[in-house]
Write a protein of this length. Structure first.
Length: 493
């Protein structure tokens, strides 16, 4: 068997060398060398070889997701151990697992499903020669059901750990328990934000490496600035979103626990009361006094997009919405607009977790000349994917989170305020190719009252399904297992 793997390793090395020496391969290599991650390549490989766990943080777009797993695979192939190497890289969303796998296979000059593949729920593309697999966290957890020791796997990457989804936190507990049994296994944790110390401490002081990214400066406009720039006037009535959104938000407010709703309202009102807006026009101040925090404000988004299309320079626009229902409703409203709905002037696209692969490819392509590309996206566009031609970002300040509905004793998906880290992530999407601008549709004082990081899903959702997974994996008592989490839930939870 070893001789078979050695022959396969030799073939992999020959193919890799021939690709890297080809004209297309050299051009691709030149592009990869321009990414910030390349400057840290040798340091990263050395750290991974010397440590069982390593924590890597880096700005979105620095190349950590596409390049780091590749560096390991290429290094193993070049040293004649390619066939002995098996890398799994988890992604929080299926669209990112598929998009990254396709990108990496292109960079390697191979069709998808050869040395690089992906596996998501009900869909996958991998073969017997796949040595780098991108998958969702749930796929890796399901593998652990039948293979507790991850036999044959040499490296595990857990990407976007800063999102703190339940699957990701659960996976970290299981992997931490596995490491003493698999001393040869390497675990690499990757985050787009600078809270790496939290994860480092969890794994006994694991070394951390930061990859500095390059982004152009981005001007931040908060609601008071947006109202001043656009001249838009908020009233009690023009914040009621069309297509039944006002009704939807009322339903969601009823579902949200009263205590939590009152805390949010009090926080916003207090922040607005303490702020001073004397240097803004009376029109802008009057509008601010009418601002309704519970409303997404489709009409305001429409006004901002019109301003960008009519008065700003060329460049694509990324609009952050809460979910598919809001994206769909806003898209319908914009399509009815004489400017924003004109296909000869505006290319309107959507980006969400359940989109088809064919749609997914369109968001990465540049728009034709003199046509403005506008992408309506969920928070998955914060870090999971990179759209290179974005110059303008419109941020509604909310994202849907799974929370607990005490009235009905069930989990529910509700819009919640984002964290400061998420707001910075959204803003940073505008500075990839040139200086950008971000329009935050909430006042600066509200941003300053945001939590620094989002509360982990493990601390805000029912744990029923998680408890069943703990039992199915035979991981001991539920209480003992959850007490070893990065941030354990209350014992009574």
């Amino acid at each position: 068997m070893e001789k078979v793997l050695q022959r396969q390793s030799s073939r992999m090395r020959n193919f890799q060398r021939s690709w890297q020496e080809s004209p297309d391969g050299r051009r691709m290599l030149d592009f990869r060398k321009s990414l910030p991650a390349y400057k840290e390549k040798e340091r990263l490989l050395s750290a991974i070889a010397r440590n069982q766990v390593i924590v890597i943080s880096g700005e979105t777009g620095c190349g950590k997701t596409t390049q780091l797993p590749q560096y390991i695979l290429e290094s193993e192939i070049e040293s004649g151990r390619g066939a002995f190497c098996s890398i799994i890289c988890t992604q929080p969303r299926r669209i990112s697992a598929m998009a990254v796998a396709e990108r990496v296979s292109t960079e390697r000059g191979e069709p998808l499903g050869e040395s690089v593949g992906y596996k998501v729920r009900l869909e996958g593309m991998k073969g017997k020669n796949t040595h780098l697999l991108f998958c969702t966290s749930g796929i890796l957890l399901r593998r652990l059901l039948s293979d507790r020791n991850l036999n044959g796997i040499t490296h595990v990457f857990v990407d976007e750990i800063h999102e703190r989804g339940m699957n990701e936190d659960f996976l970290l507990i299981v992997l931490k328990d596995l490491l003493p049994r698999r001393r040869d296994l390497r675990l690499i944790l990757m985050s787009a934000t600078l809270n790496a110390e939290l994860f480092s401490n969890y794994f006994g002081g694991a070394p951390t490496i930061h990859i500095p990214g390059f982004t152009h400066p981005v001007r931040a406009h908060f609601l008071e600035d947006v109202l001043e720039i656009t001249g838009y006037k908020l009233t009690t009535f023009n914040q009621l979103d069309d297509y039944g959104q006002d009704k939807l938000w009322k339903t969601q407010r009823q579902l949200m626990p009263r205590k939590r709703r009152n805390q949010i309202t009090a926080l916003v009102e207090d922040a607005l009361t303490k702020s001073s807006f004397e240097h803004y026009s009376s029109r802008a101040r009057d509008s601010l006094s009418c601002w309704t925090p519970d409303c997404i404000g489709f009409n305001l988004i429409e006004a901002v997009l019109c301003h960008i299309c009519r008065k700003e320079r060329q460049g694509a626009v990324l609009v952050f919405m809460t979910g598919w229902d809001d994206i769909n409703s806003l898209k319908d409203q914009l399509k009815a607009h004489p400017l924003l709905g004109d296909p000869n002037r505006v290319l309107l696209l959507t980006c969400h977790g359940s989109m088809a692969t064919s749609e997914q490819k369109l968001i990465f392509e540049r728009a034709p000349p003199n046509i403005r590309k506008i992408v309506l996206a969920t928070n998955m566009a914060e870090a999971s994917i990179t759209i290179n031609d974005i110059v303008f970002v419109v941020d509604c300040g909310k994202a849907k989170e799974t929370t607990y509905d005490a009235l009905n004793n069930t989990p529910c998906l509700l819009p919640s305020w984002i964290s400061q880290a998420s707001a910075r992530q959204r803003r940073g999407r505008a500075g990839r190719v040139q200086p950008g601008e971000c329009f935050h549709l909430y006042p600066r004082c509200v941003y300053e009252a945001f939590a620094e990081y989002q509360l982990p899903e493990l601390l805000r959702t029912p744990l029923n399904s998680l408890c069943l997974q703990i039992k199915s994996l035979q991981l001991g008592t539920i209480g003992e297992f959850l007490s070893s989490a990065l941030q354990p839930p209350e014992p009574l939870a």
